[in-house]
Ligand binder design. Structure first.
Ligand SMILES: CSC[C@@H](O)[C@@H](O)C(=O)COP(=O)(O)O
Length: 345
């Protein structure tokens, strides 16, 4: 992969600015946890696993900058750092997973000197980033077995290297099938309103030399009904215990269309995206984003001023529409409740 989504370098966090792609490839430097929180909220970095990594690095930056005479004061301030990062985006569970993992490291080392705890937190954040790349490659290996030679794969949003520490989940599956020598092509939904498909997925796949066709979201049914789509692969932001899956708004429509047209619909996600504390998808919090994302494109107003707008950023696809969930530990289908529990251990 020819870009780096996020990395820890010289005691700062570097992120490719996803709001500027594909026009400009700019890398921003973040030196404190508040600016990392703003970057997550402002979608400089987005995609569930990537924001998990960013949050972990934010905690490490926050811990580094805490001025404290006592452990009690340090841990109180660390809690505040975690709270600020946790308030950035509500749906992707990886954000909370990353923060919790960092908290556990701090707690487990409470008896150490503060500088040692700071160092351990930095190491843990870097480890989370490195692990995510391995996880995505393993998701790719499992998922590629489901992609037939000659397939046309439809994907929604961006679940690629940009949405992870690298390689991607849904795009990891596509990359792995392509690297295995399969002759496949991709249909990328543009993904209104933020255009992750048009701006990011098309950019990534074209750089990789994977044949890609961009379509607007309302064209998916047309191509499915004409037999032009072999299967769908999407990512996930949170998967409940029964397999119900929250992902980018519009995923549910794609899944229903796929079922109607007898097309397999796969979800690819790391185990860190599972939220087995939620019995079903109805309990997943759905982020509502600013109206301007719907009324404006690149700063240009495309709707009458003052129009009422709704902008839910995610929807929930019921498990019955999902043919299989692909994780780094294997593929689950059928009885998601027991399958997901087993695979998460
Ligand atoms: C591997 S990323 C999976 C999901 O996070 C992705 O499909 C998605 O919905 C991203 O939403 P975004 O709002 O761009 O963060």
């Amino acid at each position: 992969m020819s870009f780096r989504t996020i990395e820890w370098r010289d005691d700062a966090v570097i992120m490719i600015d996803q709001t500027l792609l594909p026009g400009q490839e700019v890398y921003n430097t973040y030196s404190d946890f508040r600016s990392v929180a703003e970057a997550i909220q402002g979608m400089i970095i987005r995609g569930a696993p990537a924001i998990g990594v960013a949050a972990a690095m934010g905690v490490a930056l926050g811990a580094r900058d805490i001025i404290a005479d006592t452990h009690e004061s340090f841990f109180r301030q660390l809690e505040n750092v975690c709270d600020v990062l946790a308030r950035t985006r509500p749906t992707a569970v990886n954000l909370f997973w990353g923060i919790e993992r960092m908290k556990r490291v701090a707690e487990a080392n409470r008896d150490k000197k503060l500088d040692q705890i700071r160092e351990l937190l930095k190491k843990e954040a870097i480890r989370i980033e490195e692990e995510d790349q391995t996880i995505c490659h393993n998701i790719g290996k499992w998922g590629a077995t489901l992609i037939p030679e000659g397939a046309t794969v439809l994907t929604h949003c961006n679940a690629g290297g940009l949405a992870t520490a690298g390689y991607g989940t849904a795009l990891g599956v596509i990359r792995a099938a392509h690297e295995a020598g399969k002759n496949i092509q991709v249909f990328a939904d543009e993904t209104r309103p933020w255009l992750q498909g048009a701006r990011l997925t098309a950019w990534e796949l074209m750089r990789e030399g994977i044949p890609t066709t961009l379509i607007s979201d309302n064209m998916a049914g047309f191509f499915m009904s004409r037999g032009e789509i072999t299967c769908c692969v999407v990512g996930a932001d949170r998967i409940a215990a029964n397999g119900d899956t929250a992902n980018k708004i519009g995923t549910y429509s794609v899944a229903v269309l796929a079922k109607e047209n007898n097309i397999p619909f796969y979800v690819a996600a790391p185990v860190s995206t599972l939220d087995l504390t939620l019995s079903d998808g109805g309990k997943i919090p759905i982020e509502e984003r600013p109206a301007s994302e719907v009324t404006h494109i690149k700063g240009i107003e495309i709707a009458p001023a003052g129009v009422r707008v709704r902008n839910p950023s995610f929807d929930v696809t019921p498990a019955r529409y999902i043919s299989a969930i692909i994780t780094e530990n294997g593929i689950v289908s059928g009885d998601y409740r027991s399958g997901l529990r087993k695979i998460s251990c």
